[in-house]
Design a protein around this ligand. Structure first.
Ligand SMILES: [Zn+2]
Length: 95
């Protein structure tokens, strides 16, 4: 399960965790997501370089921040829920 609630300094935050080592992926530029082209496709999240599954997900791999933009595009930044979440994320960023 790549999405977990992680305690960071006493605050609980949702974070992607690496499917290989289980550790949180702390920044969008330190993680990749990919999928195995099977039916149904299997999503994988992993640390760049140190936990890279290599040929298992090539060429279906992208930086984690690209994946987040895809999700944002899919679910729409215009909704009330999205705007509320954006404010909460801004609050978490300042902690
Ligand atoms: Zn890892």
């Amino acid at each position: 399960m790549p999405l977990k609630i992680v305690d960071i300094g006493g605050n609980l935050c949702p974070m992607f965790c690496c499917d290989k080592c289980g550790e949180p992926i702390k920044g969008p530029d330190s993680g990749l997501m990919g999928w195995k082209h099977e039916e149904p496709a299997i999503l994988l999240y992993f640390h760049k370089i140190r936990c890279d599954p290599g040929h298992e997900v090539i060429p279906f791999r992208h930086d984690l921040d690209v994946f987040m933009v895809w999700l944002q595009w899919k679910y729409g930044p215009q909704t009330k829920g999205w705007k509320d979440a954006d404010r909460r994320a801004d609050w978490l960023e300042r902690m």
